[in-house]
Design a protein around this ligand. Sequence first.
Ligand code: HEC
Length: 119
Amino acid sequence: MALLAACDSGEQARAPTGEQARAPVPGADVGRGKLLLAQYQCGSCHQIPEVAAARGTLGPALESYGRRSYIAGQIPNRPDALARWIVDPASMKPGTAMPAMGVSEADARDMAAFLYALP
Ligand code: HEC
């Protein structure tokens, strides 16, 4: 917990980029998000910094996610949209190659919070 708090304050201290996406996801747990990304095996298709074995190349690498303007090249990158994308990508971009992974809303929000916390 102390470690997480330290990470969080590091995030706050970093110069803001002006992107809305840098806003924290209310009530989400960054540390749990990291564990969930490994558990759901998002890394079989994505490279994700700090997540063990997340070296997949079928999907785009997910580093610096808070600095992206768009999700999947077309959806404005905001916390609610990112969580919804993780739950059901095809509802936002019909025909996308990313499958729905059976992720709950709460789990998706934690994963989104972790992605936004990445440097
Ligand atoms: C079977 C492979 C696969 C798995 C598993 C997968 N994804 Fe994806 N993901 C993709 C592909 C392919 C895209 C690109 C979709 C597009 O642009 O239409 C994508 C796109 C994304 C994006 C948007 C990337 C960008 O550049 O904006 C995010 C965020 C994302 N995935 C998160 C996740 C998370 C979180 C999980 C685990 C719950 C996950 N993905 C599991 C294949 C996968």
